[in-house]
Design a protein around this ligand. Structure first.
Ligand SMILES: Nc1nc2c(c(=O)[nH]1)N[C@H]1C(S)=C(S)[C@@H](COP(=O)(O)O)O[C@H]1N2
Ligand SMILES: [Mo]
Length: 326
């Protein structure tokens, strides 16, 4: 049933994406050598980002990036332009348009603490900077496939969700991890205006959360996570539709019951809990067979599990009765 696909690292070298971080670093260094000013790392990190100039915001985690690329997670396609991936977003807390990046600059990212609770040995809260210091940071190139049939490919920085699960020490009775986005009606206009069931919630099974692909992204393009992309930490589960990759997380709760996701609560028939990418299972209102690659007019075929079947298909063995793909 599954078509055997080559893994990322088996792709011919000519198709592998260049190491974006190192290229970017080189470009920055060239810029530095040519220019008369000595810029600090934080200022450098903000370069090329339309927002840094607009807000003058310095992220206290800036000196952690870029982090070393993990060559296990490479791509068969070009990386999306940074300017596109950071200005074409879905972040309904700031409105339902794709053009929320300016408004998202109001998101307060410090102090930021993450609550770990539910079925764990001992619930605790941890500040984002302490968490970043504890976790093994790396960069991974991942695809991202939105349920709306557009896609991108980006270099996330962050750590395996499995590392956070280890830190949390869940009890054996924990079957799911539920993640929750910040709720802040003063700043997030979408939470004031909408009838949506805020806060945004997502969930994974423990097996999914500890799969090697499940990633907590804290940076993008070798810099701290832009606010519009879900600063200071967001999920990246590239074999699932993009709405599973919840942004700006404030809580991880381990549960016995399957959590009801934000979009599942709104329209379960269209946005299910599993939401694994499958070109052969159409959304009730559109086909999922192809995707529009951000930054191009190209439509390319969508792949089962977004091309990550070798990593994740086994998670769903024997689950044919479930609505795994919607
Ligand atoms: N809290 C929250 N997380 C979210 C969303 C959202 O509206 N709110 N949108 C999701 C959707 S539909 C997608 S496609 C991705 C978009 O991530 P990006 O803006 O970094 O491309 O974020 C996901 N995570
Ligand atoms: Mo999406």
């Amino acid at each position: 049933m599954l078509i055997k696909r080559k893994r990322g690292w088996e792709l011919p070298e000519s198709q592998a994406t260049p190491e974006s971080v190192y290229l970017q670093r080189r470009r920055l260094m060239q810029g530095l050598a040519a220019g008369p000013l000595l810029l600090g790392a934080a200022a450098l990190a903000g370069r090329g980002n339309p927002l840094a100039a607009a807000t003058g915001d310095a992220d206290p985690s800036a000196e952690l990036y870029p982090v070393k690329q993990n060559m296990r997670y490479r791509l068969d396609r070009e990386i999306t332009d940074e300017s596109l991936a950071t200005t074409y977003n879905n972040f309904y807390e700031f409105g339902s348009s794709k053009n929320i990046w300016r408004e998202a600059q109001d998101l307060p990212i410090r102090p930021w603490s993450v609550a770990i609770g539910g079925l764990v040995e001992k619930p605790f809260e941890i500040g984002i900077d302490e968490l970043l210091a504890k976790m093994p940071l790396e960069e991974r190139l991942y695809r991202h496939r939105c349920v709306e049939a557009w896609s991108m490919a980006v270099p996330w920085s962050g750590f395996a969700l499995g590392e956070l699960v280890k830190l949390a020490k869940p009890l054996s009775s924990a079957k799911y991890v539920k993640m929750v986005t910040l709720e802040d009606r003063d700043v997030m206009s979408g939470q004031r205006a909408g009838w949506y069931p805020w806060p945004y919630v997502e969930g994974l099974t423990m097996a999914e959360a500890t799969n090697e692909l499940a990633f907590i992204a804290t940076g993008l393009y070798g810099k701290p996570m832009p606010k519009q992309n879900g600063a200071p930490l967001r999920l990246a589960v590239p074999w699932k539709y993009g709405f599973k990759s919840i942004k700006s997380i404030v809580a991880f709760e381990f549960t016995e019951e399957r959590p009801v996701s934000f979009w599942e609560e709104i329209q379960a028939r269209e946005y299910g809990f599993w939401a694994n990418v499958n070109p052969e299972v159409p959304h009730p209102r559109w086909s999922q067979a192809t995707e529009r690659v951000l930054g191009t007019d190209e439509k390319v075929p969508t792949l089962l599990y977004n091309g990550y079947g070798d990593y994740v298909a086994g998670l769903y063995a024997g689950m044919e009765g479930e609505k795994l793909f919607m």
